[in-house]
Write a protein that binds this ligand. Structure first.
Ligand SMILES: N[C@@H](CCC(=O)N[C@@H](CS)C(=O)NCC(=O)O)C(=O)O
Length: 216
């Protein structure tokens, strides 16, 4: 929109929560700037006093937009949806909207936090099996829900916030060597979404802070 300065996304190429926001921006055709926050370098730049002023939770993403800074990827995406409504990322039908939110919450509250970096660092040696356990447990539930709600995408045939949450979580599952083929609906919808331009341009393999050896 004319007169608006570009939003600034504080994020990390491989952060699934940051990827959600990149997908939302891409789907809506919103130009934005990226400020990388390296979650690994020097013990994690998200833990610096400087970044704590951006997001007191010391996580990415955070977005500076319309004169304020927001954290929490779904709050950011909801704000973008309410202020830049086209194309819509929530269905009009209240039942479908509820299904979209149910799937978002399952992923955003029920899976991702249990396999987040900070949690895994506390777990220690068992971190891979811990992450696999909670991703698999979540995907068993998600597969069963998607069998009821999915059309081409997570809920029917329109791309929604549920799809924005799904693709980065499948990427995480693959990083932790969870066999996604066990979940045919998740696998099919993910593959369909990965063909869409907004999901391609926002992929972790092609961000400004993607290291050379991980670039596609
Ligand atoms: N609920 C938050 C979760 C944010 C989050 O867990 N971010 C991760 C990357 S996906 C992070 O910054 N991890 C850094 C750490 O654990 O120290 C959101 O949706 O934005």
């Amino acid at each position: 929109m004319a007169g608006r300065t570009k939003p600034v996304l504080h994020g990390y190429f491989r952060s699934s929560c940051t990827w959600r926001v990149r997908i939302a921006f891409a789907l809506k055709g919103i130009e934005y700037e990226q400020v990388p926050v390296n979650l690994i370098k020097d013990g994690g730049l998200q833990l610096t006093d400087e970044y704590k002023k951006v997001n007191p939770m010391q996580q990415v993403p955070a977005v500076t937009i319309d004169g304020m800074t927001l954290s929490q990827s779904l709050a950011i995406i909801q704000y973008i949806e309410e202020t830049r409504p086209d194309p819509a990322l929530l269905p009009v039908n209240p039942q479908k909207r509820a299904q979209v939110r149910m799937i978002c919450d399952l992923i955003v509250s029920g899976i991702q936090p249990l396999q987040n970096l900070y949690v895994l660092q506390k777990i220690g040696e068992d971190k891979v099996s811990w992450a696999q356990h909670f991703i698999t447990r979540g995907f068993v539930a998600l597969e069963s829900l998607l069998k009821q709600t999915a059309g081409k995408y997570c809920v029917g045939d329109e791309i929604s916030m549920a799809d924005i949450c799904l693709v980065p979580q499948v990427y995480n599952a693959e990083r932790f060597k969870v066999d996604v083929a066990q979940f045919p609906t998740i696998k099919r919808v993910n593959e369909t979404l990965l063909e869409i331009e907004a999901f391609k341009v926002s992929h972790p393999s092609c961000q400004p802070d993607t290291p050379a050896d991980l670039r596609a």
